[in-house]
Structures are given as structure tokens and as C-alpha cells.
Write a protein that binds this ligand. Structure first.
Ligand SMILES: NC(=O)c1ccc[n+]([C@@H]2O[C@H](COP(=O)([O-])OP(=O)(O)OC[C@H]3O[C@@H](n4cnc5c(N)ncnc54)[C@H](OP(=O)(O)O)[C@@H]3O)[C@@H](O)[C@H]2O)c1
Length: 155
């Protein structure tokens, strides 16, 4: 099964200049706890934005070119989706914008940190029809005056 995990702003903001828009400690912790032990799939630009491999997870990078240092490299998204969308194993798509857009129609779960703030961004989470999902609120919090909600959408 394919799941998406992302932190998004009021206007679906995801990233700016190759970096995250929001740096929330609690969100980083939630991301780590949720994805630990799983396969994590990311685009080459997100891979390059990381300080290193995400520990205790299988790091899978999508690129049309060779990738150094990853556990696995995918160049064909369609085959990967066909092989993985009906598995019991939960595989996490961790960004960025182009990769969320490619996987969104096939994702059973969306773990979104909905940040109640707008920000400058050059990469955005794709719009999706929320009426197609069941929405569960996992937790609300705030950090440095920024409020956020961990929401899980399930199809
Ligand atoms: N807020 C969040 O939760 C969150 C999470 C992750 C990332 N981000 C942010 O999002 C931004 C990066 O997103 P992005 O959309 O610019 O880049 P990205 O999705 O991380 O990576 C794009 C790259 O992935 C590869 N790719 C994309 N589609 C492909 C396909 N169909 N087949 C093969 N390879 C494909 C290409 O790599 P090649 O060019 O090597 O072929 C492409 O250049 C950064 O600012 C990052 O900080 C935010």
C-alpha cells in the first residue's frame, strides 16, 4: 500500500529554494516515528536536500539518472506503483512536489501536517478532492506561535 506523508501550509506550500517551508520539531519527530522501519520513496531533489540517508528506513530515490548513496533507485514510477499499490506493506512517499503529484491517485493514506500559516514557496502539494477520503484528526499542536494539525486522510 502506498501512503503519502507531507507538511503543508494553508495554500499547500511544501518547499522553497530546495528546502522545507516549515521547520517544526514536533513534525520532524512525527515524520520519523511514522516512517521508521519502512521504505521511503522520494524525488532526486528531496534526496539532495537531506543531510544524509534517513536512518532505519530503506531510502528509495526516483530519478531519470544515476543516484549515489541511496538504497534503491527507481526510474520507472509506473512499474513501481503497479508492483506496490496492493501490498500489505506500507510504503511512504515523502516528496517532493512532483513525486506527490505522481503518486497521489494511488495513495491509500495521506498523513498531512496541516500548518495554519501561509509562506513563500515554489513547490506545492497537489490539490485533491477531500470528499473521497475519510478524515481523522490525530493531534493538534503549536510551536513558536504556528499552529498545526496532524491529519490522516484514508481512501
Ligand atoms: N513539506 C514537505 O513535507 C516536503 C517534503 C519533501 C520535499 N519538500 C520540498 O519539496 C521540494 C522538492 O520538490 P520538487 O518537486 O522540486 O522535487 P522532487 O519531487 O523532490 O524531485 C524531482 C526529481 O525527481 C525525479 N523525477 C520526478 N518525476 C519523475 C519521473 N516520472 N520519472 C523519473 N524521475 C522523476 C527527477 O529527478 P532527475 O532530475 O534526477 O531525473 C526530478 O528532477 C524541496 O523544496 C523540498 O524541501 C517538502
Amino acid at each position: 500500500m502506498i501512503s503519502i506523508i507531507a507538511a503543508i501550509g494553508k495554500n499547500n506550500e511544501l518547499g522553497l529554494n530546495g528546502d522545507l517551508v516549515f521547520h517544526l520539531k514536533d513534525d520532524m519527530k512525527y515524520f520519523r516515528e511514522t516512517t521508521l522501519g519502512h521504505k521511503v520513496v522520494m524525488g532526486r531533489k528531496t534526496w539532495e536536500s537531506l543531510p544524509g540517508k534517513l536512518k532505519d528506513r530503506t531510502n528509495i530515490v526516483i530519478s531519470r539518472h544515476d543516484v549515489e548513496g541511496a538504497d534503491e533507485h527507481i526510474s520507472d514510477i509506473e512499474s513501481f506503483i503497479t508492483e506496490n499499490q496492493d501490498t500489505d506493506e506500507e510504503i511512504f512517499i515523502i516528496g517532493g512536489g512532483s513525486i506527490y503529484a505522481a503518486f497521489l491517485p494511488y495513495a491509500k493514506n495521506l498523513y498531512l501536517t496541516e500548518v495554519d500559516s501561509a509562506a513563500n514557496a515554489d513547490v506545492f502539494f497537489p490539490d485533491f478532492d477531500k470528499s473521497q477520503y475519510k478524515k481523522s484528526i490525530i493531534k493538534k499542536g503549536s510551536e513558536n506561535g504556528i499552529e498545526y494539525t496532524f491529519v490522516k486522510y484514508t481512501k
